[in-house]
Design a protein around this ligand. Sequence first.
Ligand code: 4NP
Length: 192
Amino acid sequence: MNVWFIRLFVVTLRIITVSDMNDKSTSVEIGSLKDKEKIKILFVCLGNICRSPAAQGVMQRLVDERGLSSRYELDSCGFYGGHAGDLPDKRMRVHASRRGYDLTHRSRVIRPWDFDDFDLIVGMDDRNISDLLEAAPSADAQRKVVRMIDFARCHPYQDCVPDPYYDGAQGFELVLDLLEDACAGLFDEIEK
Ligand code: 4NP
């Protein structure tokens, strides 16, 4: 009798745990964003001077080229406020400008209401993702959080968009390669 009760208890616990995990890991349905009048995407990294403003610039050019500028609202921010108000890092601007991107965003820290204002919140690495999930005020807000690298199609062995701040030129070029790949993937996922 006791054994059956314990088995039943364990099975029930597993079912509850798995459904709870599934609930938390289910992201917003990307394809359904297409039905919105305006699609609002926030790119997030640590300092908001390298990766996320570059992602914003890359995605902006994509939507501009396809004549969809009025349908998209793009922004970026970071968790660390030490560069608030600054233009993107000079090195990132130089590397981006060689590919035709003019990065003019001013760094800002994430705000609690960003989780309401944006439809999709795109983190660059696992630290960004865990910080975003922790800062999200609700389960609905958590579902808006996605990883930039998950949309990349040409870099299967890359598990994040790595922080280039302490790297050389190669790090900035890699970030731009990854962002061009992942932003195209994200755009296609939304517009398919
Ligand atoms: P980001 O890179 O997160 O891609 O903007 C960084 C920029 C600045 C710092 C760290 C990362 N920082 O520590 O100042």
